[in-house]
Ligand binder design. Structure first.
Ligand SMILES: Nc1nc2c(c(=O)[nH]1)N[C@H]1C(S)=C(S)[C@@H](COP(=O)(O)OP(=O)(O)OC[C@H]3O[C@@H](n4cnc5c(N)ncnc54)[C@H](O)[C@@H]3O)O[C@H]1N2
Ligand code: MOO
Length: 408
C-alpha cells in the first residue's frame, strides 16, 4: 500500500493555481496575493498627533507658563500657520502637526483641562509639566514608507492585511482568483437530506460535508449529486461540472464493489486509483481532467464512508485546494503538531490511523468517542477537535505517549 505522505505529495503536486486577478478588498479575505505589494501611501501618511491636546515646541513648555493658542486643528484639516516660538496650536488626535511643532502637550497636562476641549479653543493654555521633544508625535512613515515592500506574493489575506492594504493605498488586491470546487457524490442509495428513505437508502451527507468543507476553506462549492451508478451518467456529471471547477472532489465508488462507477469511468480519463495505508480513507483516486478548453482540473476521488471523506479532505483535499489558491506548498509533516496522550486507546495495526480526538484541559489528547476511527460514525465526528496520527505498526497508544495531531 502507498504511504500517506507520498499520496499527499502526489495530490498537492496536481495543483494549478488559479489565474491572477484584482479583487475588491471587501471580497478578498482568505485569498492569496499573486504578487509582491509595495506601499503607495506611507503609514502614517503625514506626521500627526497621537493625543488630543496642543502642538508645541517642547523647549517652550514649562509648568505655569501660559502659551498663546494661535490655531485649532481638527483631524481631517491642517494648519497653514507655522508655530511661532512661545505659542501653541490646539490639535486633535490624528491631525497633522503644524510646521515648527515637535511635541504634543496632551490636554490632561494643562491647567483647567476640562475647559480646554470645549468647541471653542481657549485663548491660552498653561502646561502643568515639562515635555520631551517627540512626545505623542507619530512621524510620517513610522510604520512603512512610500514604495517600501509591504507583503509578499503567497501571503494569505486576513482582515488585518486587508486593513493594511487599504491604509497603504489599495482598493483592490492582486490575488489568485477564488477557486470553485466541483463536488460529486455517487451512489444509487443516496437521497437528498430530508427525503423519505426506502429500504437500503441513506441521506447524502457527503455532499453537505464537502460543500461546507470547501466553503470553510474559502472556495466556492459547486455540488452535483449523481444518483445513478452508471458510467454514462457519471461522465455526464463530470462534463457538466468540469468547465466551472478549479478542482473536483468525488465521494464513493472507489473500492472493490461490483458497481464502483467512479473508478470505472475515471480510469478512462487517466485518473489513477490506489490504496493508501491509512484508516480511514484507504481507497483513493487522483489525477488531472481537461475541461472543454483543455484546461487541467485536478480531481480527487475519496471513499464514500463519511469519516473517510472528512479525514481525506483534511489530509489531501484541503492542502490541494490551498495550493490552487496559490498558497506556498507546505510539507506533509507541516499538517501536524506533537501532543501528549492523556487517555490511551488500542486498535488493529496495519495502516496509519487517524483517530478523531479531543484535547483535555491540559492539552493532552483523548479519543473523541468510544467508536475509535470507524469510518461510518458521522454523528460522533463533530465532537472531534483533532485527528491523532498513529503509526501503522502501533497497536496500543498509552497515556504519556507523544502523537502527531492535525488540529481541526
Ligand atoms: N472488498 C472490499 N471492500 C471494501 C474495501 C476493500 O478494500 N475491499 N474497502 C473498504 C473501505 S476501507 C472503504 S473506505 C469503502 C469505500 O467504499 P467506496 O468508496 O466504494 O464507497 P461506497 O461503497 O460508495 O460507500 C461506502 C459507504 O459510504 C456510504 N456513502 C457513500 N456515499 C455517501 C454519501 N454521499 N453520503 C453518506 N454516506 C455515503 C455508503 O452508503 C457506504 O456505507 O469500501 C470498503 N469496502
Ligand atoms: O479506508 Mo476505509 O475508509 O477504512 O473505511
Amino acid at each position: 500500500m502507498k504511504e500517506v505522505c507520498r499520496h499527499y505529495a502526489d495530490v498537492v503536486g496536481l495543483a494549478v493555481p488559479t489565474p491572477a486577478t484584482q479583487i475588491p478588498l471587501a471580497d478578498a479575505r482568505g485569498l492569496i496575493l499573486s504578487e509582491d505589494v509595495a506601499a503607495r501611501f506611507a503609514i502614517p501618511p503625514f506626521t500627526n498627533s497621537a493625543m488630543d491636546g496642543f502642538a508645541v515646541r517642547a523647549a517652550d513648555v514649562a509648568p505655569g507658563v501660559p502659551l498663546q493658542i494661535e490655531a485649532d486643528i481638527a483631524a481631517g484639516s491642517h494648519s497653514e500657520l507655522p508655530l511661532t516660538p512661545g505659542s501653541a496650536q490646539r490639535i486633535m488626535t490624528g491631525a497633522p502637526l503644524p510646521d515648527g511643532a515637535d511635541a504634543i502637550l496632551q490636554v490632561e497636562l494643562t491647567e483647567d483641562a476640562a475647559n480646554n476641549m470645549l468647541p471653542a479653543a481657549p485663548e491660552s493654555v498653561t502646561p502643568t509639566a515639562t515635555l520631551a521633544a517627540g512626545t505623542h508625535v507619530r512621524p510620517a512613515g513610522e510604520d512603512i514608507a512610500v514604495g517600501a515592500p509591504a507583503f509578499a506574493a503567497g501571503t494569505l489575506l486576513t482582515p488585518a492585511h486587508l486593513a493594511a492594504l487599504a491604509a497603504i493605498g489599495y482598493a483592490e488586491a492582486p490575488v489568485h482568483a477564488r477557486p470553485s470546487v466541483g463536488i460529486i457524490a455517487t451512489g444509487d442509495e443516496l437521497r437528498a437530506p430530508g427525503e423519505p428513505l426506502a429500504a437500503g437508502q441513506i441521506p447524502d451527507s457527503n455532499s453537505v460535508l464537502l460543500r461546507h468543507l470547501a466553503a470553510e476553506s474559502g472556495a466556492t462549492p459547486v455540488p452535483f449529486t449523481c444518483h445513478s451508478d452508471t458510467v454514462e451518467t457519471f461522465l455526464a456529471g463530470i462534463a457538466e461540472i468540469v468547465d466551472n471547477a478549479d478542482m473536483i472532489v468525488t465521494s464513493g465508488g472507489v473500492s472493490a464493489g461490483a458497481f464502483d462507477v467512479v473508478k470505472a469511468a475515471l480510469r478512462t480519463l487517466g485518473v489513477e486509483f490506489t490504496k493508501v495505508a491509512m484508516q480511514p480513507g484507504k481507497p483513493q483516486g487522483f489525477g488531472l481532467l481537461r475541461d472543454s478548453s483543455g484546461r487541467a482540473v485536478p480531481i480527487i476521488c475519496l471513499p464514500g464512508n463519511p469519516v473517510s471523506v472528512f479525514v481525506s479532505w483534511q489530509l489531501f483535499g484541503r492542502p490541494l485546494l490551498g495550493a490552487i489558491f496559490g498558497e506556498p506548498a507546505g510539507s506533509y509533516e507541516s499538517l501536524f503538531r506533537t501532543a501528549r496522550v492523556g487517555t490511551g486507546w488500542s486498535r488493529k495495526p496495519g495502516r496509519t490511523q487517524f483517530l478523531p480526538c479531543i484535547f483535555d484541559r491540559d492539552g493532552a489528547v483523548a479519543p473523541a468517542t468510544s467508536g475509535g476511527s470507524k469510518s461510518h460514525l458521522i454523528a460522533a465526528l463533530p465532537l472531534a477537535t483533532g485527528l491523532a496520527r498513529v503509526p501503522a505498526d502501533v497497536a496500543q497508544v498509552r497515556p504519556g505517549d507523544l502523537v502527531h495531531v492535525l488540529v481541526l
